[in-house]
Design a protein around this ligand. Structure first.
Ligand SMILES: Cc1ncc(COP(=O)(O)O)c(C=O)c1O
Length: 361
């Protein structure tokens, strides 16, 4: 049987009754916008991350724009961001009035490092977006030691851990996406901002609601960007299971290792001290396309998510003049996501590994 690229259905199956009850509870209560489940989820998620505050927003892209603005980023500022990431990490910057400045990644970890960030700093750098790509954890403390605030883009890293704590509590602020396929996913779009800075939390809370605290006085030009009550209720059912799903993802990575996958391709390298909850399990090889074709022929899922990095996307041309990112280009050319989920077992990892081994023989 083919192994799918990801499996969101199997882990949720045991929770069906509780999910339906949670949805029924919201229908019964009929407070659909910023009701008790959003408030409770924000409390529970902040507690999970180890942050002082969580602010639920409509998606992980708005979360970045709102968090940057809440951190004081605006016109005339530069924000350093990796180019090897999902497009939204950079797309969320220009709406603040600031300019994205692209930095490189370490092609072994797929994350930014203090050195790649340092090379991209300018006199106008107001913040750095450190993306915890594929669930790996970027070295946030080392980057903040350069003297610049970090916004963690933790969209792919719910459930990961590091020597300094969890994503969401490592930088000045952090953002999450609860897109259905994420490590913690709702049943539509959803996102959150976490921070331990009271002022940032307060501003983010206002910005998600038209720049107002009270629907009477409008202090900022903000957004209509709230986490739905229904989605919060769904997330509350799932949050207590995030750690065991994260363990499942780590175990799946170990199954690939035990099956000998590291003998034929480059395995993703956890950053020092981190325990990634692999959102995507991304291997590296010069013949990534041949591996992908072979997996597809065998009925297994695979996908190269970021073959064209963000700085080479047409909409980013004006920010990419003279930008040279060798680590990014290597990662873009060589990466391939192979099946990963909390329930991927040793037999499946063996099957996928054997298909890859045969393709490269
Ligand atoms: C790294 C990264 N940043 C930002 C986002 C944007 O999240 P959303 O799709 O919820 O807007 C995503 C998810 O798609 C992502 O993977």
């Amino acid at each position: 049987m083919g192994v799918p690229l990801f499996d969101t259905r199997t882990p949720l199956a045991p929770l069906h009754d509780r999910l339906l009850a949670a949805i029924g509870g919201v229908v019964e209560d009929s407070r659909f916008i910023l009701g008790p489940d959003v408030e409770a989820f924000e409390r529970e998620f902040a507690g999970y991350c180890g942050a002082g505050h969580a602010v639920g927003v409509a998606n992980g892209t708005d979360a970045i724009t709102i968090a940057l603005r809440a951190m004081g980023v605006g016109p005339g500022d530069d924000v350093v961001v990796p180019s090897f990431t999902f497009y939204a990490s950079a797309e969320a910057i220009p709406p603040t009035g600031a300019r994205p400045v692209f930095c490189d990644v370490d092609p072994d970890t797929y994350c930014v490092s203090a050195e790649t960030v340092r090379r991209a700093l300018t006199a106008r750098t107001k913040a750095v977006i450190a993306v915890h790509l594929f669930g790996n954890v970027a070295p946030v403390a080392e980057i903040e030691a350069l003297g610049v605030p970090v916004l963690e883009d933790a969209a792919q890293a719910a459930g990961s851990t590091s020597a300094h704590g969890r994503p969401g509590a490592l930088g000045t602020a952090a953002t999450f996406s609860f897109f259905p396929s994420k490590n913690l996913g709702c049943f539509g779009d959803g996102g959150a901002i976490t921070t331990s800075d009271e002022q940032i939390a307060d501003r983010a809370r206002m910005l998600r609601f038209h720049g107002s605290r009270d629907k009477v006085s409008y202090e900022h030009v903000g957004y209509n960007s709230r986490l739905d009550e229904l989605q919060a209720a769904i997330l509350r059912v799932q949050l207590p299971h995030l750690d065991s799903w994260a363990d499942g993802r780590r175990a799946a990575g170990e199954h690939y290792r035990s099956a000998g996958l590291g003998d034929v391709v480059d395995l993703p390298v956890p950053t020092p001290g981190s325990q990634p909850a692999w959102h995507l399990y991304v291997i590296g090889h010069d013949r990534a396309e041949a591996v992908s074709a072979a997996l597809s022929a065998a009925g297994h899922g695979s996908r190269a998510y970021y073959r064209r990095p963000v700085h080479l996307q047409p909409a980013m041309a004006r920010y990419a003049e003279g930008v040279l990112l060798p680590g990014t280009e290597a990662a873009a050319r060589r990466h391939l996501a192979i099946p990963m989920s909390p329930v991927l077992d040793a037999a499946q990892a063996h099957e996928v590994t054997e298909s890859i081994r045969a393709a490269l023989r």
